[in-house]
Design a binder for this molecule. Structure first.
Ligand SMILES: Cc1cc2nc3c(=O)[nH]c(=O)nc-3n(C[C@H](O)[C@H](O)[C@H](O)COP(=O)(O)O)c2cc1C
Length: 271
């Protein structure tokens, strides 16, 4: 409850209790996925948090841990959360195996069971439920949205951020907030400038952009330039813009090559 109040005071719109992380450190602190075994305690936490804040209190969980029966474990946890006033559930649709797997393996190895999460939604129709785990394509998300209220995207958003440009048009029927990846970088610049002015290193921000132009001409040069130059002391916005320019130039070169070649030739190769 104390942490929730801190989160609210900082200005966050929601506070989420982690009942999904399998790491040893988190287990040692008795939070994360090991709480799947203690629905009553999770319920007490939710009640205390709800009593301390006005913002929504939500829970992110797994479908079970170790040898738990997911059908029982997930439903018991979800019901405890709902009875205690949780405002929404985010379910990573696989178990966490708390012994023997690294956190990374725990994001891939235990099998996904989307159907179980769909059954949970049918059992708790009034509770907002979002599904998470292994979703990488908008079309897959559209399928999930026939069964649940939301989808949560983890690694795909990070490795292929361009995916997010399609979210508003294809999932919400609205235009994207920015038209393309170049505009997305421009929209990011004021943040970069603000953080640089506070003394943050450019690479701390650009390391999260390395996947931005994945699959496009010049993507490799973009990554290489950021990897080499953004770490240098004093690297600024111009370093980021220079790297973006690698992509613009490669696209322009490709377009020129396409324009010059005879009509029946093979497409020009992507650099
Ligand atoms: C580097 C990394 C850090 C993560 N940290 C958290 C975390 O702090 N809290 C959390 O609930 N999930 C965390 N996750 C898990 C994701 O939220 C998500 O449940 C998981 O990656 C499965 O979804 P995906 O297949 O869409 O990536 C993390 C995932 C990655 C790759």
């Amino acid at each position: 409850a104390k942490s929730a109040a801190l989160v609210e005071n900082i200005g966050y719109a929601e506070v989420n209790l982690n009942v999904g992380c399998p790491s040893d450190r988190v287990q040692d602190g008795a939070f994360g996925a090991c709480l799947m075994r203690e629905p009553a305690r999770v319920g007490d936490c939710i009640k205390a948090m709800k009593g301390a804040v006005a913002i929504p209190v939500t829970v992110k969980c797994r479908i079970g841990v170790d040898d738990q029966d997911p059908e029982k474990a997930l439903f018991a946890l979800a019901e405890a959360c709902v009875e205690s006033g949780a405002d929404a559930l985010f379910v990573h649709a696989r178990k966490a195996w708390l012994k023997g797997l690294s956190p990374k393996e725990n994001r891939d190895v235990p099998p996904l069971d989307y159907a179980l999460v769909h059954r949970l939604k049918r059992a708790l129709p009034d509770v907002p439920i979002a599904i998470n785990g292994g979703l990488t394509r908008i079309a897959e998300m559209q399928v999930q949205l026939q069964f649940v209220d939301g989808v949560m995207i983890g690694r795909a958003a990070y490795h292929d951020p361009a995916l997010l440009l399609d979210v508003d048009p294809r999932l919400f029927g609205q235009s994207a907030p920015v038209a393309n990846l170049f505009d997305a970088v421009d929209a990011f610049l004021p943040y970069v400038e603000r953080e640089l002015a506070k003394g943050e290193r450019l690479s701390a921000m650009t390391r999260h952009l390395l996947g931005l132009f994945a699959g496009m001409p010049g993507a490799r040069a973009f990554r290489r330039r950021l990897a080499l130059e953004a770490v240098k002391p004093g690297a600024g916005v111009e370093t980021l813009l220079g790297a973006v320019n690698e992509v613009r130039t490669a696209i322009a070169r490709l377009a020129e090559a396409e324009a010059e070649k005879p009509a029946n030739a093979e497409p020009a190769e992507i650099a």
